[in-house]
Design a protein around this ligand. Sequence first.
Ligand SMILES: [Zn+2]
Length: 184
Amino acid sequence: MNKKGHVLNGVLLAIGLGYVLEPAGDVATFRTIAMTLVPVTLGALLPDIDTEFGSHRKTLHNLLVLAVVALYPVYFDNLHYVWVGVLSHYVLDVVGSKRGIALFYPWDREFGLPVGVSTSSKYADAVTVLVTVLELAVVALFVHVVPGVLEAVVRALPYSPVEQFTTALAGWGVAPGLPAWFPV
Ligand SMILES: [Zn+2]
């Protein structure tokens, strides 16, 4: 996709994230959209900086770059949500365009799916919107469906895996166990 496509992807993704994370459509929804709009859009533009240096679709289109950007909020408490835009850029290039990306750079091999259109196609924007909707569906699944299913599975087990794990750790003397408020 070209830069216009990646901006479109970032903006739509932020609006969608607002409604997936805060579905009420109230102040919290719009606050979430505002909070994610700029970082996600910047992240969506970041990989294509490698059109100017390095090798395009390689130098900044790989899992190492994604990992570095994703670790910033964890270690430095900044650049929140930028990784969402970077990941979405990769998805759009892999799924929506003909050429793949070098996910494991410096290994040069480019990975893509046998779907998608050329970045100059008149359908490029439609494909971008479609891929964004699919991305949001996956996010909604992980936010609203997966936790409930996981909880149901854990409750259905005849034993408590979390409790067994913490008991084992305590037995080895490596952890004091979980805090009292933790729902085991
Ligand atoms: Zn790209």
